[in-house]
Write a protein that binds this ligand. Structure first.
Ligand code: CA
Ligand code: CA
Ligand code: CA
Ligand code: CA
Length: 335
């Protein structure tokens, strides 16, 4: 009996480890695996917002667990603007600056650092200590390839009690009018993608590219903290491309108003008690009758207090799946 019980315990532990490690693996690429988003997008500042980037700047945060003692790297895939993957307008004349910040001033949950969230590239959004920075033009050397920043120590970040050591990465189009498509990977090693256990990444304003096919559905996963009554969703330059739908464990799917060309559209979504402490699944379904090509879109959310919500590249609590009887499950069966 004892032997059997031990085997059972061991296999349970194994299962738990498997679940944790699959979450960990998902946490490291930005965009995340569950999001099914091909690229982040940032245009040069002389670009046109009607191409789908409202402010030519994108801010991401990486959170490293407090107990991680090793070094880490931030790898950028296709950091250049030219050649493969990118969206050109006339000649390639765009220069992209990537800057990595640590230290005090980065933590976007600290009330003194609200600009750090980077919703607009204004005020003190560059707060913190600059750890590394590099500018890329159209460069064959980095086209369709990685550039690696680092090594960094976790303790160089800004310590947040809940999320660990926080680092900020800003990608800004300092010149030109072309669209830069790129991805990040948080890695333990400089030359390959090796995840840091328990790390995650988040942004407050997500600017991304949709797939160039009508079948693929992209997702982003805002975390709904306790105390949220409703969220206001804002989407920019969706090009009337199909539908944006919100799904959660208690919500089968509601569509939200969508933007057209070079404009913001917003609406309010009341939050159900069963959605607190979990993630919402914002689904982006493309128009089926005709392919809308190269659709770049910007999304942000705020709660009833005007506080912006985080989108995590690995959804907190996992991908929410609609459960028709979610609320009922907690009621113990009658004897
Ligand atoms: Ca150009
Ligand atoms: Ca490229
Ligand atoms: Ca690029
Ligand atoms: Ca667009």
């Amino acid at each position: 009996m004892l032997f059997k019980a031990n085997i059972f315990r061991i296999s349970l532990a194994g299962l738990f480890l498997l679940m944790v490690s699959s979450q960990v693996l998902k946490a490291q690429p930005v965009p995340g695996l569950d999001e099914n988003i091909p690229f982040l997008v940032t245009f040069g500042k002389d670009g046109e917002t009607s191409w789908g980037d409202d402010d030519f700047s994108q801010t991401w945060f990486f959170a490293i667990p407090r107990d991680y003692k090793g070094k880490f790297y931030i790898r950028v895939f296709d950091p250049d603007t030219g050649g493969e993957n990118d969206e050109g307008k006339d000649e390639w004349n765009t220069r992209m600056e990537y800057s990595i910040y640590g230290g005090k001033g980065v933590d976007p949950e600290n009330r003194n650092n609200e600009d750090s969230r980077g919703l607009q590239p204004t005020g003190t959004y560059k707060s913190g200590t600059l750890l590394a920075s590099k500018i890329f033009g159209s460069e064959k050397q980095y086209d369709n390839k990685y550039y690696t920043f680092g090594p960094f120590n976790a303790s160089e970040g800004d310590l947040n009690e809940k999320w660990g050591y926080i680092f900020k990465v800003i990608c800004y189009g300092i010149k030109g009018d072309d669209g830069n498509l790129y991805r990040y990977f948080l890695s333990r090693e400089p030359n390959r993608d090796v995840p840091v256990e328990g790390a995650n990444a988040f942004t407050y304003e997500y600017t991304f590219r949709m797939w160039n096919n009508i079948e693929s559905v992209s997702h982003i996963y805002p975390f709904i903290d306790t105390g949220i009554v409703y969220v206001a969703q804002w989407n920019f330059d969706w090009d009337y491309d199909g539908t944006i739908m919100v799904v959660s464990r208690v919500r089968k799917g509601v569509t939200v108003p969508i933007s057209h060309q070079n404009d913001w559209t917003n609406s309010k979504i009341p939050i159900e008690p069963g959605e607190l402490g979990s993630s919402l699944d914002f689904q982006f379904h493309k128009f089926k009758a005709e392919l809308i090509k190269n659709n770049n879109v910007v999304v942000r959310l705020e709660n009833q207090r005007g506080d912006n919500l985080k989108f995590f590249s690995a959804p907190i609590g996992g991908v929410p799946i609609y459960e028709p009887n979610y609320g009922m499950r907690r009621i113990p069966p009658k004897k």
